[in-house]
Design a protein around this ligand. Sequence first.
Ligand SMILES: NC(=O)c1ccc[n+]([C@@H]2O[C@H](COP(=O)([O-])OP(=O)(O)OC[C@H]3O[C@@H](n4cnc5c(N)ncnc54)[C@H](OP(=O)(O)O)[C@@H]3O)[C@@H](O)[C@H]2O)c1
Length: 250
Amino acid sequence: MKIALITGAGSGMGRCFALYAKKFYRKIDMLWLIGRNEKKLKKTAACISMPCLCISADLSNDSGLEKIKNMLAKISPEIVLLVNSAGSGLMGGFRQMTVCESVSMCDINCRGLTAMTSLCLPYMHKGAGIINLASAAAFLPQPYFSVYSASKAYVYSFSRSLSRELRKDGIRVCAVCPGCVDTGFFDGAQKYEKLKPYKKVFMAKDSKVVKKALKDAAGGRGVSVYGIPMKLFYLLCKLIPSELILRILW
Ligand SMILES: NC(=O)c1ccc[n+]([C@@H]2O[C@H](COP(=O)([O-])OP(=O)(O)OC[C@H]3O[C@@H](n4cnc5c(N)ncnc54)[C@H](OP(=O)(O)O)[C@@H]3O)[C@@H](O)[C@H]2O)c1
């Protein structure tokens, strides 16, 4: 059985990946939708005509990861596509946050994503794809979003190097790096600090970011950046030393 495994599939971009995956990866027979909230996963599944398996698991802890590991071992599917979309972010000063709040971002954004990639790779073969949700926050260290931007720099760097490693196996890895996207992500992210108004101006539509990401990943691109503003930001961060940009902006 050929499957696509999508984390964070109960909402936002993960949900969109579940809705559009088949258009770009035609070999998929079934979707495995993963997240903590089973109700939300079932809502996503109800919108999809293909068979879906909803798996509630917290990917930031060992028991959640163990659950996925055991299911993979039992069913032994061929994974055509892995989308690591589960993630969280909290804006605000590092000193304001509790230890748990800071570390939980690393647990899901870095540890969970790395573990899922490692668990799934044995079931992936030539032609398979991995899509990792990084962020434009990966391009530049961001004061008052420091843990999140660092965690996404990890995802970006990990994805880029893994892409090179897996080339010989015919497995493609794409780091998706959007700016702000209109999902529920910011509901929880604004506990200590509100989203800057200028960022709202560049807010992108989730379905557009996801369709571009799927197209880029299927076409073998290592990085997917949606929209002209974020492309310019990406270029700027490559051309100008980060220290200089930080001094100007903060
Ligand atoms: N929205 C943006 O502006 C933006 C920009 C750049 C990058 N991103 C990244 O894009 C990805 C998707 O975010 P989104 O915008 O779609 O936000 P979202 O709607 O909040 O989706 C995040 C998903 O992650 C799941 N999740 C969170 N913690 C989890 C855990 N411990 N175990 C399993 N699942 C977990 C959530 O599901 P449950 O609550 O059911 O577990 C939720 O479905 C994230 O990695 C985010 O960092 C977002």
